[in-house]
Ligand binder design. Sequence first.
Ligand code: FEO
Ligand code: CA
Ligand code: CA
Ligand code: CA
Length: 603
Amino acid sequence: NGDSGGQSLSLGFEPVAPTDANQITVPAGYTATVFLPWGTPVTGAYPDFDLQANNTGEQQEQQVGMHHDGMHYYPIDVNEGGNSSTEGLLVFNHEYIDADAAHPNGPTTLGNGDRPADEVRKEIAAHGVTVAHIRRDSNGQWELVHGSAYNRRITGATPMELQGPVRGDDKVVTRYSNDGTATRGTLNNCSMGPTPWNTYLAAEENWHGYFACRDEPMPKEYKRAGVMAESRRYKWELADSRADAYVRFDATSTGASATDDYRNEANTFGYMVEIDPFDPESVPQKRTALGKFGHEGVIFAPAVEGQPVVCYSGDDSRFEYIYKFVSAQPYRAATADGSLLDTGTLYVARFNDDGSGEWLPLSMDDAGFVQKMTDAVGTMVGDIQFDAAFEDQADLLLNTRLAADIAGATPMDRPEWGAVDPQTGEVYFTLTNNDNRTEAQEDAANPNGPNPDGHIIRWMEANGDHTATTFDWDIFVFAGDSGTQTVVEGDAVVELDQSNLFNSPDGLWFDSDRRLWIQTDGRWGEPWGNNMMLAANPDTREIKRFLVGPTNCEVTGVVTTPDRTSMFVGIQHPVAWPEDSAEGHPRSSVVVVTRDGGGVIGA
Ligand code: FEO
Ligand code: CA
Ligand code: CA
Ligand code: CA
């Protein structure tokens, strides 16, 4: 059974040296192949990609989006208990776009500051998620199954529903959804998480930059998230058609009430969004009980029959937090679905300096939280004047970061991906970097002020129980240049060298043999070379560089087939890659890594 794993945790490859070569570099005996780059026709009329970026918005809606990020492979037969390693659904995120590459001559701004509506339509369509039905042919090459009903594009315009406590709240009423139950699109989908019931949760990370709000005072929900008077990304609200689909990105009060305008539109982003890749007609569901913040991704603990479902999520911004959700209802494999994520308890982590930790409930039903909230009324919480207690759980969730501030969570050095060791249950999180932490702000869990290179933290829940409210943590490894040490009780348990120096760990994933794959999104040039992917042994902390990406890219998103013989890796924002891309129009892409003659990747 190729899915059993855990047998042979070897890292048998020759480590790749740091390199600034504009290509994918993998160890001897491995091959990397570009697969499903931006613009690949994937649905509808399958419009051909134009290398000079002349495709229209309507065509982009039928093509793979830009800036590939988190991804997951679902065996085609997984819902029947199968684990095909030759046919499945590859689901992958498109985090954001490069507007210079997206259009023939970059983005157009008209004389009055407006933007041509079709450019805006194309940019929105290049966001979101792709579901691609893929198959390995008799020559071992992966191909898209042309015409498959599973192939789908979900974009920044796809109709979606809100679920959980925020559904129907006054603060999500818009001109589009007068009852506050629906919205359009998902944006800035960074990482993701496969659920125990074989759906896909896409994270909404840096959603705030897509919106403008000129209300004074700025609503606290927007202020704490960093929404500004002008949108900082693409100015979609200025589409010259002034179509409703675009003006919604201006979240300023202009009408008499919330049903007249889009003052609340930005309250409908910042969630984990559930997509059922096996049901192409399904409406994506925003699961609000998991909190609203800069969701990097989500990682589920292994589901246990009759026990709550547990998942972990990082908020990737400087000095933000790590969260955990524990469902109210037990997991039952026969009936489990996304409604498990609509009721439960959201916790935020406190890392004590003695190596212990606590999960602090963010709940209006928790007396301890309510006391802290009541005490905070009338005070400044950070730079927010907290002038009234949260009205209910929906209000709390719309202000998740503020609630976590009040609870006393530990501000972290940008929590990115998490991974759960399939054998020990330990939870690992990347803390990518934080140049703004000062020496005075150092604590044991974030001990470097500043922290330009990042580190990886891990913890074990009390008694190995993912529903526990306490844990013990340690630092798995500090990233950095050659000579960087990770010291445990006076011993350097890791000292980085040419074979494994790295900075800014971001993507993180355990394969079923317990290889821990680490991807970077950091500085390049000497001594680092380009961004990369490494593999680690969680027991020995041996780390080896496995793959280096092309110039200026970030390496993000990784999964293998169940037999671990095909690995899918995301290459985001290259500048002159792949080889056949036109100048100025590079293409983010998946790459498939295989072993010459077959075999387990990394073994
Ligand atoms: Fe989208 Fe935090 O990386
Ligand atoms: Ca990331
Ligand atoms: Ca990052
Ligand atoms: Ca990125």
